[in-house]
Design a protein around this ligand. Sequence first.
Ligand code: FDA
Length: 303
Amino acid sequence: MLRGTLLYLANRESIRHFVTHNRLARRSSRRFVAGETLEEALQATRTLNQQGCTVSLDHLGENVTDASEAASAASDYIKILDAIKQSSLDANISIKLTALGLDVGGDLCEENVRRVLDRARSYNIFVRVDMEGSAYTERTLELVAKLRQDYDGVGTVIQSYLYRSEKDIESLVASHTRVRLVKGAYKEPAEVAYPRKADVDRSYEQLMRVLLSHGTYPAIATHDVHMIEEARAFATANTIEKSRFEFQMLYGIRRDLQQQLVREGYNMRVYVPYGTQWYPYLTRRLAERPANLIFIASNTFRK
Ligand code: FDA
């Protein structure tokens, strides 16, 4: 209920305008966003690499409605790939299809993604296609399946709150496509997604077991201690080596747990978002944990 209200309010233009133009709100967004420039994101990546974590860089942006903006998002990702290579960082990238023009046209989006994938392949850098709201699920999976015919280094994300996910995982496992498993961050109707958290969690556990047993280097992306414990116990009981999967968490969230998993010898990748378009990303993080709202609000209204 509160999550839904927060996601609704976040989309109100007046609120978006206030938050994005408030100096203190911008500053406190840094808790979850590595900065507004590529240099800041590279510095955060360097620090995480030194701490034993690999990184996935996300240049924030989504739902562009203009072909030139989409082409420029692709060029930005190519610059990120060049910078990763030049700085010898241990990082890959996460992209969003609506940032690369999916709302403008499927062919245009595909052309932009292929430009990014061509460059990524030349450096042997993996590209993850993030999963957005359910209106995009089918098109995202179709495009990823098509791209997989030409590129090994591309994978996607499955959300355990969607009823369809069990079947989607079956086909992704069969095509050896790398999957990041998440619970799901968007406001979805009960026709497509489990409304109750207990069902989302149960589904996550089930899908996680399938991926750990049969998936290709799956990513278990969660901050939920219980899910992480289940993954570790399942892997140990089934003699699945630590090198065959990775844990993933978001920048700035449960840093203690990230470091603990590194110390225990697990692969730990941190998703590092950066850029000026941080508002929709931030509101999803607030909706997941309303206590974060208190953190942002107390900084924003402080004299
Ligand atoms: P859950 O929400 O049950 O939280 C478990 C515990 O984690 C909480 O009790 C709290 O301690 C901590 N926690 C969770 N969220 C927090 C927050 N925002 N701030 C502080 N603490 C928090 N979604 C999507 O739809 N498409 C995508 O492509 C991705 N990509 C993605 C990549 C990576 C690396 C991660 C970790 C997550 C995503 N997500 C995503 C987001 C995902 O769907 C989900 O919304 C969040 O991970 C929160 O769910 P948890 O699994 O952490 O569990």
